[in-house]
Design a protein around this ligand. Structure first.
Ligand code: TPP
Ligand code: MG
Length: 349
């Protein structure tokens, strides 16, 4: 019998032996920070509820994807970024990320209602909002496109040595796209300063992650590119912030990209026109009951001695802000007809 060939030399240690970011710990927030997280998350929730109502009234046209249930992700992660230098890019479910970056709810709501005072002059709508002033680069309707665009932003940060990093969000569905892996390869090869955030809300339109993904542990998706991945409880704002701290430390140190898989859930349909027949009401209710991100932070505030009355007055203040945004969005005029011809690329290229 032929002799078995000698075992192949292992030239490199397996990925588990390579250096990786430190295991994240839940962020130790002060009472004031907790209150700030609570306010931001509640603002997103109430804003999105109002957007849903305005859509129902026919005041918002086109697509509208709500972020309800996922608030802890954008708030926890973006609270750790440096708004002066870092950039953010996401897909079409973008209102929450803008609010978490401190962008005025009025101009976001006015964009939803297609008004000239909207952040994209009423010409972008829900999916196409930008604020270069805040280094918020959209708002993209093409699934996965923001991953390669975000890689370009990270390239820019490195090329101009401006100290910034990019946070590029995408969904569990987008995580199966080819351009994501081309971006992973380039990002690691060139050690680009980017955090790839997979918001795993369990569904891509009506398809559950387990039905569509051969590897449904999405934090492992960078293994063939040597990109470390961390799985995070995306319903816990302190876990999100803690993970952001470690990811940012790694990326800022020039060690290349990191993947954060945020395990989260969307309560509403994929968009406003989704009848959600692919899951039961009980499934949604069970998540709301057990792991709602806002209920969680309320409990933490209670432990810090924040009273029901304090929470009520925050709630009132936020409802007022949201109502003012809605009034503004209903009352300001639509863009001038001449605006049809502005901001359009007409040159040949
Ligand atoms: C390239 C491309 N393919 C398909 C679509 C249609 N589409 C819009 S959203 C979506 C699902 C994406 O799901 P996921 O990435 O999980 O993000 P989520 O909506 O859950 O935030 C699909 C297939 C699209 N917009 N772009
Ligand atoms: Mg999804």
């Amino acid at each position: 019998m032929a002799k078995a060939p000698p075992a192949r030399a292992i030239a490199e240690p397996p990925i588990t032996n390579r250096e990786r970011p430190a295991e994240p710990k839940p962020y130790e927030a002060s009472k004031d920070e907790l209150l700030a997280f609570y306010k931001q998350m509640l603002l997103i929730r109430r804003f999105e509820e109002k957007a849903g109502q305005l859509y129902g009234l026919g005041l918002i046209g086109g697509f509208c994807h709500l972020y309800i249930g996922q608030e802890a992700v954008a708030v926890g992660l973006q609270s750790a970024l440096d708004g002066e230098t870092d950039s953010v890019i996401t897909g079409y479910r973008d209102h929450g990320h803008m609010l978490a970056y401190g962008i005025d709810p009025k101009v976001i709501m006015a964009e939803l209602t297609g008004r000239g005072s909207g952040i994209s002059k009423g010409k972008g709508g829900s999916m196409h909002m930008f604020s270069t002033e805040h280094k918020f680069y959209g708002g993209h309707g093409i699934v996965g496109a923001q991953v390669s665009l975000g890689t370009g932003l990270a390239f820019k940060h490195k090329y101009s040595n401006d100290g910034g990093i990019c946070m590029a969000y995408f969904g569990d569905g987008a995580a199966n796209q080819g351009q994501v892996y081309e971006s992973f390869n380039m990002a690691e090869l060139w050690k680009l300063p980017i955090i790839f955030v997979i918001e795993n809300n369990q569904y891509a339109m009506g398809t559950s992650v387990n039905r569509a993904s051969a590897e449904d542990q999405l934090y492992r998706r960078g293994e063939s590119f040597r990109i470390p991945g961390i799985q995070v409880d995306g319903m816990d704002v302190l876990a999100c912030r803690g993970a952001a701290e470690e990811a940012i430390a790694w990326v800022r140190a020039g060690k290349g990209p990191v993947i954060l898989e945020m395990k989260t859930y969307r309560y509403r349909g994929h968009s406003m026109s989704d009848p959600a027949k692919y899951r039961t009401r009980d499934e949604v209710q069970a998540v709301r009951d057990k792991s709602d991100p806002i209920d969680h932070i309320k409990k933490l505030l209670d432990e810090q001695g924040v009273t029901e009355a304090d929470l009520k007055s925050i709630e009132q203040e936020i409802r007022k802000t949201v109502n003012e945004a809605a009034d503004f969005a209903e009352q300001t005029p639509e863009p001038d007809v001449a605006e049809l011809y502005t901001d359009v690329l007409v040159e040949s290229y």
